[in-house]
Design a protein around this ligand. Structure first.
Ligand SMILES: Cc1cc2nc3c(=O)[nH]c(=O)nc-3n(C[C@H](O)[C@H](O)[C@H](O)COP(=O)(O)O)c2cc1C
Length: 341
């Protein structure tokens, strides 16, 4: 088994075991802005979550700016009793990254991830996210800055900015920077999420890692739908240490379940209700959340039964969590009966 660079990551490697107690890759839920907040992380945990979670990406400059501090609070909020996620931060200024990374331990964070893959125009205009692929010297300065904190530092990035081939130089740069984990989303910035993930490059990337940084863990990301697909991919490419899943969880909240089984509609409705309750809790105690943003989740929980789309349609017209609860209560008997038939 690979020896990680820190006790934090070694524990994650050591604890990732299959049902027979054999080592398996660790699984994480990808950082997703406006998705992987404390609410959704707790819902996914309830559904049978991954080994590791990440926060949404958070602007390091806002974290260290006294007036902007409030605006990022919700992003880094972690509930009592919730498994501590890894904080993902973004920026282009070493001072901000250092300052932000140094704030994280007081908040209870034990690891920091640097975003070097975001394709968003605003982030790129700030010379951050995937723009760092075009500015490797800045990327290296940011890694060094983050290392001035006490936290293990990892990097999540893409293959290149314009062209797939850029990965030779770009990943070499990151691997030589002695990071704990390299998470690679197998696409370029230009490909956004449209082209298929370049799984054909995994073995070459493993070989690069083995040659340049044998103790850097390699986490693969892109188009992996669930635990079973992740296991198969890692088995086909020995040397993959971790599997990161993003949109798969938005299709199936049970994506990390080790056993693939059908879930009752009542279980899924219970997850939706949990999400509604946590939404209210966070709105009351941490930061106001936008109700409209909840609507993207209705289709995750309510699908695959007769009248599912009608019910979703009705829920799309709602304006508050209590309205959603009332509609679910009105239909719940029918829904469960419907499922029994
Ligand atoms: C709604 C959404 C928000 C995202 N936000 C982030 C983010 O904050 N940080 C990040 O590194 N990647 C972000 N990503 C990219 C994902 O982490 C992941 O790399 C990408 O979705 C590919 O993995 P998948 O095919 O498993 O979804 C986001 C993706 C989506 C769909």
């Amino acid at each position: 088994m690979r020896k990680a660079k820190s006790a934090y990551w070694q524990k994650i490697v050591d604890e990732a075991k299959d049902e027979q107690g054999n080592p398996r890759p660790f699984f994480s839920m990808a950082p997703m802005e406006a998705v992987t907040d404390t609410i959704f992380r707790r819902v996914v945990a309830q559904a049978g979550g991954p080994d590791i979670y990440y926060t949404e990406f958070t602007n390091a400059a806002s974290m260290v700016h006294p007036e902007a501090k409030f605006s990022i609070q919700g992003r880094l909020a972690v509930a009592e009793g919730e498994q501590m996620p890894i904080a993902q931060i973004w920026g282009s200024k070493p001072e901000a990254i250092e300052g932000a990374a140094k704030l994280l331990p007081e908040m209870g964070y034990e690891a920091v991830d640097l975003n070097m893959g975001c394709p968003d125009g605003t982030v790129i205009k700030n010379s951050a996210g995937s723009d760092l692929i075009r500015h490797p010297d800045t990327a290296l300065a940011l890694i060094e800055a983050a290392k001035k904190s006490t936290l293990p530092v990892s990097v999540k990035t893409r293959l290149g900015f314009y062209k797939v081939d850029e990965y030779h130089d770009w990943l070499e740069t990151i691997l030589k920077a002695d990071v704990q984990v390299l998470t690679i989303h197998l696409r370029t910035r230009k490909e956004m999420s449209k082209a298929d993930a370049h799984c054909e490059l995994i073995d070459d990337i493993i070989a690069m890692r083995d040659r340049l940084a044998p103790n850097t863990l390699l986490q693969i990301n892109g188009d992996i739908k669930n635990y079973q697909e992740g296991l198969a991919l890692a088995a086909a490419h020995p040397g993959v240490d971790g599997i990161m899943i993003g949109r798969g969880v938005l299709e199936d909240p049970y994506a990390f379940n080790h056993e693939q089984k059908a879930h009752d509609l009542s279980e899924s409705i219970a997850l939706l209700k949990l999400q509604l309750d946590l939404f209210d809790e966070v709105t009351k105690t941490v930061t106001p959340k936008h109700f409209e943003a909840l609507k993207r989740y209705f289709k995750i929980y309510l699908r695959g039964f007769a009248h599912a789309s009608q019910l979703r349609q009705q829920l799309m017209e709602t304006h508050a969590t209590d309205e959603v609860r009332a509609i679910l209560a009105e239909h719940e008997g029918d829904l469960v009966q419907n499922e029994d038939r």
